[in-house]
Design a protein around this ligand. Structure first.
Ligand code: FES
Length: 324
């Protein structure tokens, strides 16, 4: 995580078990002051002791000004961030956070909102539900987990369902008789003007995007958030990047990302995930055509070619001019 991001000196106020393998961490400012505001769907970067930085969606209500809460799945197949947090980050620890950013914002005046979560993908959805409840908007949740015991926020979701039945649908695909959530059926079963939000493992997101396209849902009503890269980074090299603010031109070599070249040239650039999912390394494109490989920008935003995630995207043109 780079100094360009507003760093927050925080303290771990609480750690709470939410489900098998999932716990939540509550952070407050170390000086006791208010935190920067956020909106439903936002995430923060958490700086870990080993120098790694990881992005996590906020799952508490956006009206909270004194705390951020993230829920994290202990994932043995991850790059180590979740395991490190589970094993080492305890109440009372000091920790550095970034200010929240939101690439998965909620359309608050949608006629109806359909939230689809797979596993730990429930975290931004739970934040959105609290917001939709506060605004008294129409919503429904489809939440798929392998087993009931792995379902985070279950009691609170069951209470919401009890207060107004028909909104919360659980799917436990690895329990006896269980099967994969039928995304096509979920999408087809809702009115044409609904907005859809999906967050979960990549195969689920890709199946969701395909189903939404096949069923003719408008692209701007279909919102996804990836937790892992959906494409390989562009490392072909063979083009130049002009950094206007720094006044230098860099040759991007084979095997190198633009971010690698910027760091090597000592250019001040904020970054976190290094795989195109957090949006921290976004740069403005002044000239040239990027080869977009990120999971942050929508297809329309990518087509505008005025922004690039330099950690993973490359260039289709021989020269790319960036406002950096
Ligand atoms: S560093 Fe996360 S998108 Fe580039």
């Amino acid at each position: 995580m780079n100094a360009k991001i507003e760093d927050i000196d925080a303290v771990v106020a609480a750690v709470e078990r939410q489900a098998d393998g999932i716990s939540s961490w509550e952070f407050r400012r170390a000086d006791g002051g208010p935190l920067p505001p956020f909106t439903a769907g936002a995430h923060i970067d958490v700086q870990l002791a080993n120098g790694m930085s990881r992005s996590y969606s906020l799952c508490n209500a956006q009206e909270d000004r004194d705390r951020y809460v993230v829920a994290i799945n202990r994932d043995p197949n991850s790059r180590g961030g979740s395991t490190l947090i589970h094993d080492t980050v305890k109440p009372g620890d000091r920790i550095t956070l970034s200010a929240p950013r939101n690439h998965f914002p909620l359309v608050e005046d949608a006629g109806h909102v359909v939230l689809i979560a797979g596993g730990i993908g429930i975290t931004p959805m739970y934040c959105m539900i609290q917001r939709l409840q506060r605004l008294q908007r129409s919503w429904e949740l489809w939440y798929s987990c392998r087993q009931r015991s792995m379902c985070a926020f279950r009691e609170r979701l069951e209470a919401l369902e009890a207060s107004k039945p028909g909104r919360v649908h659980f799917n436990f695909d690895q329990e006896p008789g269980g099967r994969m959530l039928d995304l096509k059926q979920v999408i087809a079963g809702t009115l044409g003007d609904a907005h859809f939000y999906c967050c979960g493992p990549n195969p689920m997101l890709q199946a969701f995007e395909t189903a939404a396209t096949e069923l003719g849902r408008p692209r701007d009503h279909v919102h996804v958030e990836y937790f892992a890269a959906k494409e390989e980074a562009a490392l072909e090299g063979g083009y130049s990047v002009v950094c206007v603010q720094s006044g230098i031109e860099l040759r991007i070599e084979h095997g190198q990302s633009i971010l690698d070249a910027l760091i090597k040239a000592d250019i001040d650039i904020a970054y976190s995930c290094s795989e195109g999912i957090c949006g921290t390394c976004e740069c403005k494109v002044l000239e040239g055509v990027p080869d977009h490989r990120d999971s942050v920008l929508t297809p329309d935003e990518q087509a505008a070619n005025d922004r690039i995630m330099v950690c993973c995207s490359g260039s289709q043109s021989a020269r790319l001019v960036l406002d950096i």
